[in-house]
Every structure is written in C-alpha cells, then in structure tokens.
Design a protein around this ligand. Structure first.
Ligand code: NAP
Ligand code: MG
Length: 400
C-alpha cells in the first residue's frame, strides 16, 4: 500500500524520559508504516536544550509560528534536582512557558472519552474542553503583610504624572493586602484564541467571571470578550451554528456539573488552575488528557497534558517492565496530523488521524489497556499490556 503523502512539514518537538521512549514507539509502529512523515525535527530533550543553552526551544517555537502546526513530547522543567542530575549550565525555564510566550497562545485541555472509563459526573457524555488564561492576576501579584494600624491605598501614576488614587482600607490593626493586574492586550489575545478554537472544533464557548463583585477588574475581561465577539466573530459563530455564552463563574460551575459536556469553557487564570485539576480527575485520568496551545492567529501546538512520567522511566532504565499509557501522546500526533491535513487539503491524512484515534479507542474498548486504565475501568477482566505491547495492539487494529 502506498504511504500517505504530506505537503507541509509538521514541527516535531521531541522530549524527555518515558515520553521520549513512547514518542519513538509511536513513530515506528503507528506513523511511519502508514504515512510518509514530513517533519521538521527539534530535540527538546534536556541534554540538547542544555547543549544549545535553550536556543532549540526558541527555534522550535518560531518554527511552530512559521508552519502553523506542531506536535510536542512532554519535557522536563528543570528544578534544583534536575540541574544536578543533568549537570546543567542553567536552570532553564519551562519549555511550555517559552513556547507559549513566543506563540502568545492559550492552552486548551480536553479529556479523551472512551467506553469503560466513566467520568465521575455521570451526565458528562461529551468532553468539556478547558481553556486557561495564562497571564497575570494572582500569579503576578504584589503582597504586603500589614503590620498594624494604617491606611492602604491603590495608586496609579500615569506617564503624564497624573494620579489615580483610591483607599483600599483603613486598617485598625494587622492584616494583609494584595495588588494584582492584567493587560488588555493579553486578555484580547486570550479571547481571540478561544473564539478561533471554538470555530475550529465547532463547539459553543463559555466564559465566566465575577463581574458582580469585581465591577471594574472582572468587568474588563467580560467587556473585552464581548467586544472581540461582536466585532470579529459574531457572524462566523452564527454561520457555524455555535454560540458564545457569558455568565457568572458560580453559575458556570453549577451549569457545568449539570451539563452533558461538548463545549469549551474559557477560564480566568485562577479559575482555570483550579478547574483543570477538577476536570482531569473527574474525567478519570491525567493520562487521557490532551492539550493544545492555540495562538490568537490560529497556530496550533498539540501535546499530552501529563509530564515525562519519570517514575516509569527509572523502572525502564533498571530493565523493569512498564505499563505507561501512550493515548494522550498518540492523540497529540493525530490532532496535529489532522490539522495539517485540514490546512493542506489532504483528505487521506485527515482520515488517517481518525483511524488512528479509532484504533486506539477500539483497543481499550476491547479490554486491552495499560495498568492505569485497568485500575479504573468498568470493563471486566481487562488485559494489562506493557508500554510497547499496548502500542503494538493498536497497530494490529490500524493495519486491519
Ligand atoms: P507526570 O509525568 O505527569 O507523572 C506523574 C504520575 O502520574 C506518574 O508517576 C504516574 O503515576 C501518572 N501518570 C502520568 N502520566 C501517565 C501515563 N501516560 N501513563 C501512566 N501513568 C501516568 O508528572 P511527574 O512525574 O511529576 O513529572 C515528571 C516531569 O514531567 C517533571 O520533570 C516535570 O517538569 C515534567 N512535566 C512536563 C509537562 C509537559 O511537558 N507538558 C507537564 C507536567 C510535568 P504512577 O507513578 O502512580 O504510575
Ligand atoms: Mg493546578
């Protein structure tokens, strides 16, 4: 059988530890036998990041902007222990943070739904995709522990010297104060990424804040979203038959719990931090979460939401058997190949992505799965496969 051809290269970002092992297995077993893979390869594994003093990460992000579609393996974010372990020249920043900054993107996380792994919320039939704004608010705060009585004020001094001054509180005794900020430019990019992504997957978009209490700060988010929607996306949404829905954050939480799923939920930074952990565990498993970074002008970087699965890697190095779930990494590849196919008008590449996902889900639904899923599945007597044999079981179905 002739292999499926590609026209534009996919930006391939390799990574670390167990996911690097899985990366090669996926390519060898599930991709190159079927597709004439055209990729521009960047090695984001920690040794090469160190060798290039992290320039490779910047080059990879620029390539993602140039070609429009990238697929990324999980990577180590160095901490003190890693600096020693890998004898690093510096404690490099998180590659995801670097790439996100260069692409000015928003991260969308969605669970992979499969029969036999039931969400804890029984009415969730379709995935809920969560988008988190990744700039500012409490994550870039300035705080003071107030030692005793005194007056706290909020002061803004314009470049022209003009002052805006408000009293925060007249303290009679000890307390705390916190200052935080956000920027209209960042909120606007976030809004555009969300509207673009909703259009690309044809799902409704929800956004929520606490504008009844935060009448200026959260209202700014609400108004920017509404303005971007009205001026740039309203007609496109109507044509696609999808809606933009704004509500209060507490109302959103209540509605999410009662919903059937199948929409995108855009969250402010803190809401997204908290709610993404809630979603991941409520849907069953971190190993079944995909993640896609979308820039405001519609460039995509696909990856798994989990890390490099270090504990399994050290077992692997000792020659012990591992049963690491490769589903989210496979879906990162299928997502990227499908998007490349869409952009280049390659029907067979898009169909291959569908078939790869179906073969993966069919394998699990037939009771063949990795240990993490075997522990939570409702399927009786599942067959627990090791890392490699799970991928080989998918290949058998894909060939059929
Ligand atoms: P992790 O790789 O997400 O794994 C934590 C634990 O979750 C594993 O030990 C395993 O549990 C389970 N798990 C996660 N993914 C799994 C999979 N695919 N199959 C089966 N089990 C899975 O987090 P970590 O071990 O704390 O972090 C390792 C490295 O990943 C760190 O250096 C961190 O910087 C990096 N990281 C990278 C990214 C990214 O690139 N996007 C994201 C997060 C973390 P059991 O051990 O109980 O089996
Ligand atoms: Mg969190």
């Amino acid at each position: 059988m002739a292999k499926i051809q590609m026209t534009t290269p996919l930006v391939e970002m390799d990574g670390d530890e167990m996911t690097r092992i899985i990366w090669k297995l996926i390519k060898d077993e599930l991709l190159t036998p079927f597709v004439d893979l055209k990729t521009e390869y960047y090695d984001l594994g920690l040794p090469y990041r160190d060798e290039t003093r992290d320039q490779v990460t910047i080059d990879a992000a620029n390539a993602a902007n140039k070609y429009g579609v990238a697929v990324k393996c999980a990577t180590i974010t160095p901490n003190d222990a890693r600096v020693k372990e890998y004898d690093l020249h510096e404690m490099y920043k998180s590659p995801n943070g670097t790439i996100r900054a260069i692409m000015d993107g928003t991260v969308f996380r969605a669970p992979i739904i499969v029969k036999g792994i039931t969400p804890h919320v029984s009415n969730w039939e379709k995935p809920i995709t969560l988008a988190r704004h990744a700039y500012g608010d409490v994550y870039k705060n300035t705080e003071i522990k107030v030692p005793g009585a005194g007056k706290a004020e909020l002061v803004f001094t314009g470049e022209d010297g003009k002052e805006i001054r408000k009293t925060i509180f007249d303290f009679k005794g000890p307390g705390v104060i916190q200052g935080m900020h956000n920027i209209d430019k960042s909120i606007t990019s976030f809004a555009r990424s969300c509207f673009n992504y909703a259009l690309s997957v044809k799902q409704d978009l929800w956004f929520a804040s606490k504008d009844t209490i935060s009448k200026i700060y959260d209202a700014d988010f609400r108004d920017i979203f509404q303005n971007v929607y009205d001026t740039e996306f309203k007609e496109k949404f109507e044509a696609a038959g999808i809606t933009y829905f704004y509500t209060l954050i507490d109302d959103a939480v209540a509605r999410v719990m009662k919903s059937k799923g199948g929409f995108i939920w855009a969250c402010k930074n803190y809401d997204g931090d908290v709610m993404s952990d809630m979603m991941a565990s409520a849907f069953g498993s971190l190993a079944m979460m995909t993640s896609v970074l979308v820039s405001p002008d519609g460039k995509y970087e696909y990856e798994a939401a989990h890390g490099t699965v270090m504990r399994h890697y050290y077992k692997h190095l000792k020659g012990e058997e591992t049963s690491t779930n490769s589903v989210a990494t496979i879906f990162a590849w299928s997502g990227a190949l499908r998007k490349r196919g869409e952009l280049d008008g390659l029907k067979d590449l898009q169909e291959f992505a569908d078939k790869l996902e179906k073969a993966t889900l069919d394998t699990i639904e037939a009771g063949e799965m990795t240990k993490d899923l075997a522990l939570i599945t409702t399927i009786e007597n599942p067959t627990v496969l090791n890392t490699e044999n799970f991928i080989k079981a998918i290949r058998k179905r894909l060939e059929a």
